[in-house]
Write a protein that binds this ligand. Sequence first.
Ligand code: ADP
Length: 405
Amino acid sequence: MNEKYLVVNCGSSSLKFSLYEMPNEAVIAKGYIEKIGLDDSFWTISYNGEKITGKKKLDNHKEAVNVMTSELVNNNIIKNMNEIKGIGHRVLHGGEIYSDSVIIDDKVLNDIINMTNLGPLHHPGEIDGIRAMIECLPKTKQVAVFDTAFHQTMPKVSYIYAVPYEWYTKYKVRKYGFHGTSHKYITNKMQKLFNKNDVNLIICHVGSGASVTCVKNGKSYDTSMGLTPLDGLVMGTRSGRIDPSIIKFISDESGKSLDEITTDLNKNSGLKGICGKNDFRDVVALINEGNEQAKLAYDIFMDAIIKHIAEYYFELDGRVDAIVFTAGILENNTLIRENIINKLSGPINTYINKVANDNIGYGHDLKEGIITTESSKVPVYVIPTDEEVMIVRDCYRLVKEANNN
Ligand code: ADP
């Protein structure tokens, strides 16, 4: 029998949701509520090809949940909220405690609250969203799906930093990695495609946030993000990997506080720091106008991706089943895909298939496929990611398991 499940993804001032029919994984409705806590909160829900919109001051996530439920019921998308059999929440940090998704009980909620120090930008909104959903549907099972969980298979050699060891034992400072739900989705898809579990992959998830993961024998072996999602690749507004001494240096030189510098590294760096624009389409538009800062930003951004691919190619001893490009930028921008592959062509004997590459992405019928020539040593695939379907799958699995016990 088909049942309805809800996927909820809360930010500090937003709530995104998707209503699924399971087990067939059909999306019934999708919505987002924005500017929660501000005067001009608004929402948009897509259902049956139509858009339902509204605006009203929403003080907190509880009020946003009330809007979501009343819109779902008033527009006859569901009869009542009891139709919803489970709710899956995206949660940033599972620390070392969670290597899989889990049904939320008091202990799990407390663990998530206690890990706010590891996810200070994300956890407060996520906790508000979980609490609001529990208040709204106290009897319905809720599941936490952690962005870090997939990377818990990393060995110590990948996750321990070369800093005083008690930073790890006392404060849990280590590499955790993020985008795990996306990297797991791609890994599962490639396992099916290659019909084997022990795939070796280099997965490049490049959207406004960006990370590369080295998958060895079907498991995350290393990944570019670290204790927080700031490390690794250059991103829309995040610096990625930098010399840690810069922080004290800038503090001494500019008088900025640690908090201000952390904000600069998270919100005013990356593409935006170099050329003023963080949306990749805007950067490309500036390049087309001849803007040299934008070209510099593009080159630095691309260089970071290539360096991580090279690092993981060595880690996998060249035995790579596929390199996979996913998320907003690499799913859509043909030029950066071509530029990256051209740079890889000499060292790893992998060559762009220009026709195939130019046919995949925004404005094209094809959304996925191989974009390298048949004779290439390592095929490069474009595969759209789907983190929400992973969340609903885990939610469905755990709710069914719990109901059978
Ligand atoms: P996130 O989920 O982290 O917000 P996405 O995976 O949605 O990020 O990616 C957002 C990025 O993808 C933005 O920089 C945006 O400019 C870029 N992007 C989206 N569509 C296109 C496109 N058609 N061409 C180039 N870049 C695109």
